[in-house]
Design a protein around this ligand. Structure first.
Ligand code: DON
Length: 571
C-alpha cells in the first residue's frame, strides 16, 4: 500500500505523512522513526537489524520486562519488519547470562524432516541438483523459532501475549519501509512469483518505494494464533494445516508429525577463558563457539597487539588461525546429537599448539598443506543478530536466520511467513561447497531429525563473571570470524566499540584458499599480504555486527552496524 505523501529526509529518519494509530506500540511510531547507530544507556539497551524492533525491545523493558522479555519481543517484531531474516519460519540460537550469574544457551535450529535423506538433493548420477537445497519448498527445515521463543519465556517476566502484541500491530497496521527495504523487496519479485503458490504480501505490481507501508494481514493472524495458543498456535492447528498444505502444493516434505515433534533444546554453552575474560558462546550444532575458541587460543600467546590493528602481520596471523579452525569445521563439526564431535580435543592446548606449528610469519600458508587436524581414535561434537542487556544483570545474545535472504523465497499461503532454506547448511554431498562455500562430510550429512551445522555465534564476553560485551552478527560462514575479530578488536587492539564494529573485516575459511576483504580494506595492507603470497578477494559487506559494551562506569554502550539499517536504542 502506498501512503499519500512521503517526506524522506535523510538516511537516518524514515517518515511518511500518516498519523500514528493507537496500539500496543506505545511511543513507537511505525510511520516515522529514526535510526540511531549508537546509544548510551543505564537501564537497558537493544541493538538489532531494524529500528522499530530495537524500539519495541526498549518499550517492553520500560513496561517492566527484563532483557529476555525484550529479546523475545524484538525478535517477534523483526519477523514482521525485517522479513529478509527476522522470522518465525526459520531458527536460531540464544546465549544468555542471567541475573543470578548463570549462563544458558538455547538451540532452536531447524531440523531435517523425518523423510529427509542423505542424497535428497542429488540426481541419479550423484550430482548436486542446482538450487534444490536453496529455493522453494524442499529447501526448508522444520522451523524452530517459535519453539525457542516460547521456551525462553522460562526466564521472562511478562506473558507472551504482551510480548507478541507489538509484532501483531506492526503486521496488521503496517510500517513504513526504508530505501534499502524497498530495493530489497523489488529485487525479490521474480523469485516470489517463481517459488510461491499464492500471492504474498511482498508482491506488488508497481515497484516498492521508500515510505510505502508494508501490511501483512496473514502474518498478523498467524501471530494471533501463537498469542492465543503458544507454540501449539504454530506447530499444531490452523498454522500447521497451512504449512502442510503449502508443502503439498509445492512438493515439500514437512508434515504434521515433524511440526508436532519439534523441540527447542537447552544446551550447555561453549565457554572458555581468553586473557582473563570468560567467553560464553553457542555449542554444536553451531560451529561458532568452538571456532572462536580455537581461533582465540591459537593466537593468545602471540604479541598480536604489538603488531597493530589491521597491520599486515596481525591480518596474516588472524588469517592463519582462521584457516586452521575452518579446516576442522569441514571435517569434524555437525549436530553432536548425531555425530561424535571431538570438541575437547579440538580446543585443547596441545592440539592447538600443534596446529600452529607450521605457521610462518610473513609467508602465506596453504590450504593444501593445512588439512583438518589429527584426532586420536579415542576421544572422550539471511540471518540477523540482536543484543540486549538490562540493569538486573541479564544479557542476551540471539542470532536467528532463514539462511539466505528471504530464505526459500516461499511464503506459507494464508499464514504470511517465509520459510527457511536451511537444508543447504547440511553438506548435501561431501566436498561440494554450500552457498557460503563451506564444505563438509559425514559429520554434517543429512539425516532425519538432525540439525544442520551452523556458523551462528551469539556470544557474551564476561569480566569477573559480569557482562562486558554482548556480540553477534549474520553473514554465513563469516560469522565466527567477525565475532572473533570484534572481540580481538576490543580486547587486544583497544578499539572503540564503533570501530570494533565498523572498521573493515576480513575472512579466511580454509577453502577457497583466499582472504576475503571488505571494500575499505587498506591498500598498503593488501599489497603486503599479496607479497606474502596471499590471494585476496574483495567482496561486499562482511556481517552486520551488533555490540553492547558495559563500560567501567557501569553504563551500556550499544552500537549498531553501519552496514545496514541496524539501530541501537536504550534508556
Ligand atoms: O546458520 C548458518 O550458519 C547460516 N544459515 C547463516 C546464514 C546467514 O548468516 C545469512 N546472512 N547473511
Amino acid at each position: 500500500m502506498r501512503v499519500a505523501s512521503i517526506i524522506f529526509l535523510t538516511g537516518s529518519i524514515i517518515t511518511a505523512c500518516t498519523s500514528p494509530k493507537k496500539s500496543s506500540l506505545g511511543h513507537v511510531n511505525p510511520y516515522q522513526y529514526t535510526i540511531n547507530k549508537k546509544v548510551e544507556a543505564e537501564k537497558g539497551a537493544v541493538a538489532s537489524a531494524h529500528p522499530l524492533a530495537s524500539k519495541v525491545g526498549i518499550m517492553i523493558m520500560k513496561q517492566g520486562g527484563n532483557a529476555i522479555d525484550a529479546a523475545i519481543a524484538t525478535q517477534l517484531a523483526l519477523a514482521v519488519v525485517y522479513p529478509a531474516a527476522g522470522n518465525i519460519g526459520g531458527g536460531g540460537f540464544l546465549v544468555a547470562r542471567l541475573a543470578d550469574g548463570s549462563t544458558v544457551s538455547l538451540d532452536y535450529r531447524e531440523m531435517a524432516p523425518a523423510s529427509a535423506h542423505r542424497d535428497m538433493y542429488l540426481d541419479p548420477q550423484g550430482n548436486v541438483i542446482p538450487n534444490k537445497s536453496v529455493k522453494g519448498h524442499l529447501s526448508s527445515g522444520v522451523p524452530g523459532t517459535i519453539a525457542g521463543l516460547v521456551e525462553s519465556l522460562k526466564y521472562a517476566k511478562l506473558p507472551l501475549k504482551k510480548l507478541i502484541q507489538p509484532a501483531i500491530d506492526l503486521a496488521e497496521k503496517g510500517f513504513v519501509i526504508s530505501e534499502r527495504e524497498a530495493r530489497s523487496l523489488n529485487s525479490l519479485q521474480e523469485e516470489l512469483r517463481k517459488y510461491n503458490t499464492t500471492t504474498t504480501a511482498f508482491q506488488k505490481t508497481a515497484p516498492w518505494v521508500t515510505g510505502d507501508t508494508l501490511i501483512q494481514k496473514d502474518l498478523a493472524n498467524t501471530l494471533k494464533r501463537i498469542r492465543d495458543n503458544g507454540a501449539a498456535g504454530f506447530y499444531e492447528g490452523e498454522t500447521a494445516r497451512l504449512i502442510v498444505d503449502e508443502m503439498k502444493r509445492g512438493g515439500g516434505i514437512i508434515d504434521y508429525a515433524d511440526l508436532k515433534n519439534y523441540k527447542a533444546k537447552w544446551r550447555t554453552p561453549h565457554q572458555f577463558n581468553y586473557k582473563g575474560y570468560t567467553i560464553v558462546s553457542m555449542p554444536m550444532p553451531s560451529s561458532g563457539g568452538v571456532l572462536i575458541n580455537q581461533m582465540l587460543k591459537m593466537l593468545e600467546e602471540k604479541p598480536l597487539a604489538s603488531y597493530g590493528f589491521l597491520s599486515p602481520q596481525a591480518v596474516q596471523l588472524m588469517t592463519e588461525v582462521e584457516r586452521r579452525a575452518y579446516a576442522d569445521r569441514a571435517r569434524f563439526m555437525g549436530d553432536a546429537d548425531y555425530f561424535k564431535v571431538p570438541v575437547s580435543t579440538l580446543v585443547s592446548e596441545s592440539y592447538l599448539k600443534n596446529r600452529m606449528q607450521d605457521y610462518m610469519p610473513d609467508k602465506a600458508g596453504s590450504s593444501e598443506a593445512v588439512q583438518p587436524g589429527e584426532i586420536p581414535a579415542k576421544e572422550s561434537e539471511e540471518t540477523t543478530h540482536l543484543s540486549v542487556i538490562d540493569a538486573e544483570g541479564n544479557a542476551v545474545s540471539i542470532t536467528t536466520t532463514l539462511n539466505d535472504s528471504y530464505g526459500s523465497k516461499t511464503v506459507v499461503g494464508g499464514a504470511g511467513f517465509l520459510l527457511n532454506d536451511e537444508m543447504d547448511d547440511f553438506s548435501v554431498k561431501p566436498g561440494v561447497p554450500n552457498m557460503y562455500g563451506a564444505v563438509g562430510g559425514e559429520a554434517n550429512a543429512i539425516a532425519p531429525g538432525k540439525r544442520m551445522l551452523s556458523s551462528m555465534t551469539p556470544t557474551l564476553v564476561l569480566k569477573d563473571g559480569k557482562p562486558f560485551l554482548v556480540v553477534g552478527t549474520p553473514g554465513g560462514t563469516t560469522i565466527p570470524t567477525s565475532v572473533f575479530q570484534t572481540i580481538v578488536n576490543v580486547i587486544d587492539f583497544g578499539l572503540s566499540t564503533e570501530d570494533a564494529v565498523n572498521k573493515p573485516k576480513f575472512h579466511h575459511q580454509w577453502l577457497p584458499d583466499q582472504i576475503e576483504i571488505e571494500k575499505g580494506f587498506p591498500y598498503p595492507v593488501r599489497e603486503a599480504l599479496q607479497k606474502m603470497g596471499y590471494k585476496l578477494n574483495e567482496r561486499g559487506a562482511i556481517g552486520r555486527t551488533e555490540v553492547i559494551k558495559v563500560r567501567n562506569d557501569g553504563k551500556f554502550e550499544a552500537v549498531a552496524d553501519s552496514r545496514g539499517d541496524d539501530a541501537a536504542e536504550g534508556f
